[in-house]
Design a protein around this ligand. Structure first.
Ligand code: S3P
Length: 169
């Protein structure tokens, strides 16, 4: 089974991925961590400082190509993977199922208040426009949409697990 979690920054993909990894006894692949490793950067800001968002997207695509060789895993993506069909096609290999974790922008803004780790969330108004722009892309790429703004990470993971239990191992 290969599950790909997509959703905007702060939607809880990484935390829910860990729960799903435990539920299904599957390894969790954290795309953002791989992006940092691939270019030896300490954080995302460093990559943006070196080559802006284009450099980040370039490395993200390379990481997605590596993920194309992975079966049986929970993949936690960066919020921007839906901007590039090549990235999504690579992630989907081995019949990967894509789950969109939808969270209202107000909830996300509250969660990320004071968090300075994301270059694309420096400005709340700009982040909101990006959120609105991306909504249809998340839905277009998703096999399932899960409302992930209210329950605990464990509850969200249980809901995703129920949807995906028939995809087999
Ligand atoms: C991004 C989301 C981030 C990270 C990068 C770009 C985006 O990941 O990949 O800062 O474009 O939405 P998270 O969704 O894990 O915050």
């Amino acid at each position: 089974m290969k599950l790909i979690l997509i959703g905007f920054m702060g939607s809880g993909k990484s935390t829910v991925a860990k729960h799903l990894g435990r539920l299904f006894t599957l390894p969790v692949v954290e795309m953002d961590d791989l992006v940092l490793q691939r270019c030896g950067a300490k954080d995302t800001h460093e990559i943006f400082a070196r080559g802006g968002e284009p450099l980040f997207r370039q490395i993200e695509l390379k990481v997605a190509e590596e993920c194309a060789t992975i079966d049986n895993a929970i993949i936690s993506t960066g919020g921007g993977v839906i901007m590039n069909d090549h990235v999504m096609n690579n992630l989907r290999t081995f019949s990967g199922k894509v789950i969109f974790m939808n969270v209202a922008f107000e909830v996300i803004a509250e969660r990320l208040c004071g968090d300075t780790s994301r270059p694309l969330f420096n400005d709340v108004a700009q982040a909101k426009s990006l959120y609105q722009y991306r909504q249809h892309l998340y839905r277009r790429h998703a096999d399932h949409v899960v409302e992930a703004g209210n329950g605990t990470a464990n509850e969200v993971a249980e809901e995703i697990a129920k949807l995906c239990v028939n995809y087999g191992k």
